[in-house]
Design a binder for this molecule. Structure first.
Ligand SMILES: Nc1ncnc2c1ncn2[C@@H]1O[C@H](COP(=O)(O)OP(=O)(O)OP(=O)(O)O)[C@@H](O)[C@H]1O
Ligand SMILES: [Mg+2]
Length: 147
């Protein structure tokens, strides 16, 4: 049975290293031999969720786990939380800071993109209590053997 579990930490406001985790996740999934299209979807979601922690969250973690029929990402942070999740899910809604917008972020497309590219998305958040974003992907057929 191919199982894997890896946890990475994410630092709030660390724009310099932002995005590195999704590149690592991509490398792991490639080595295992998942379908390229599936890897692309997972990486888009990992990147958007990672960036949201950097931009809006507090420090946090990204947890990648694999089993035979699913790939999961659980991204948690101890930031301010999301007051209105339905609003946050709308395309174009963003509370990104001036600093983030100057770097080209803040289109309000991250969460909608995660929704579009994943098979399941669940957001748990309360104002002042941080955020947990759980994302999963079905794995159809067999992935290559794990190293
Ligand atoms: N981890 C988080 N903590 C607190 N608020 C969040 C978090 N993730 C998302 N949000 C809120 O949801 C809004 C929408 O997020 P989304 O990723 O769709 O857009 P964005 O991050 O603002 O812009 P983009 O992702 O296009 O650069 C954010 O602007 C923010 O208000
Ligand atoms: Mg975003």
């Amino acid at each position: 049975m191919a199982t894997l579990s890896k946890r990475y930490s994410i630092k709030a406001k660390d724009y310099l290293r932002a995005g590195e985790i999704s590149i690592e996740v991509q490398g792991i999934l490639k080595r295992i031999g998942f379908d390229a299209q599936l890897i692309r979807r997972v990486c888009i979601c990992a990147y958007e969720a990672e960036m949201n922690v950097v931009m809006h969250g507090g420090d946090g973690t990204l947890h990648l786990f694999l089993d035979n029929d699913a790939i999961g990402l659980v991204v948690k942070d101890s930031g301010p939380g999301i007051e209105n999740i339905a609003l946050a899910m709308q395309e174009g809604y963003s509370t990104a800071s001036e600093e983030a917008r100057e770097m080209g972020f803040g289109a309000g497309m991250g969460l909608p993109n995660i929704k579009k590219n994943s098979d399941r998305l669940k957001i748990d958040s309360q104002r002042g209590r941080g955020t947990v974003v759980a994302i999963s992907f079905e794995v159809k057929g067999r992935a290559g053997e794990q190293e």
